[in-house]
Design a protein around this ligand. Sequence first.
Ligand code: PLP
Length: 451
Amino acid sequence: MKFISTRNQVPPVSFRTAVEHGLAPDGGLYIPDTLPDLKPYLKDWETLSYVELCQAFFAFFATDIPKEDLDLIIEQSYLHFEDPSIAPIRKLEDQLLVLELFHGPTLAFKDFALQLLGNFYEYQIRESGRKISVLGATSGDTGAAAIHGLLGKEGVTSFILYPDGRISPLQERQMTCTGAANVFPLAIQGSFDDAQTAMKTVFQDRTFAEKVGLSAVNSINLARILAQCVYYLSAFLRLPKDQRESFTFVVPTGNFGNVLAGWMVQQMGVPIKGFRVATNQNDILHRLFETGVYAQEQVAPSLAPSMDIQVASNFERFLYYSVHGDSELVRSIMHEFKTTGQYIFKEFNADTFSSSRTLDSEIASIIRSVYKDYGYVIDPHTACGFTDINSEPSLILSTAHPAKFPDTIEQAIGIDVLHPSLEEFKSKAIVKYAVDPTPEAIKAFMLERVS
Ligand SMILES: *Cc1c(COP(=O)(O)O)cnc(C)c1O
């Protein structure tokens, strides 16, 4: 299989190249040139373990990696999850289920993709002999998950931009207390969007990119989206058989990476009923799905910081499919959005999506009522998924472990939630670097560390 750019100004590439580059050189995002039809396989896949399902799924895409190698890469990527089923489903009521995606090493759903991406990089470096510099921007959890996915990988140097003071103290500790020599957490003054914009500009400097072997770990990297597809598939297959097609998947959303993966699984013939995009007070996507207007506003820091995003990178992939692969139109819409901060869709057809918004003032009371009704503790991101829950069958994706956000939980229900993997960081020294959120400053910092 080949991978094409949403902006269609570069030739198609293989899976390994798409993963190695992350962002396409024309500024677009890679997508598969065709989507396989998975429907005929679903019956056989019902009995597979999570890892086996992941292996079967990736075999359609990673066609330039020999099957034995691919299987091993995948097997190793899920060894450090603390639940044997990797992504367990919790039943709160018959029609209200929670898909727990926080049993990986950094306790957020990002581990599903970044453990795997780390192993893909390692493989690619071994095969090509070229070193890789990873550059990412994080609203909290990606950075931690990326750093832990890449820790100790020979030939990889990681640079992670994050908005100083706007992520939770424990998220910061997960990134800055690793003691690893090849990891550089870069604290910038500004928002996640500022970090992401600077990062994208760095990627457009092709000479620089070649020189340092630049790769993107953000959810613009296709391998991440594909890795996330697997838990949708796995959850779908574990729903009660006669009700599979009646469950809506509710997804706490920021950069549109998580829910895009679910939507792509649906496009591959898996009959998921639909998706609800659950935003926090940074509600660009909620407004889009309600009104057809995609308009950027200022980011307002919230209690669910990993969703404090106004420019959802992965929206471009969805857009490409929505305009039936008209790359010229994608380019012009993205250009207009970039220059004016807004795009008004004349017709915006997104039937399978609904959306909701949760204000900060609502998060604590949701955590409280879920705890009271079910004795179940949810984190502030997952809480956004509980807004507008009605009697329709819902599967809520729980994106982080509550122990990552102890202050919010304490305030809501008076309970100290702890997790041993977080405790160990509390005594370690924080190592971070202050860098201006400009492409020049970031490039200069990287060059000094890489050469
Ligand atoms: C990253 C993240 C989100 C948002 O996911 P997107 O793919 O950016 O939409 C939601 N919750 C948590 C805990 C996250 O880390």
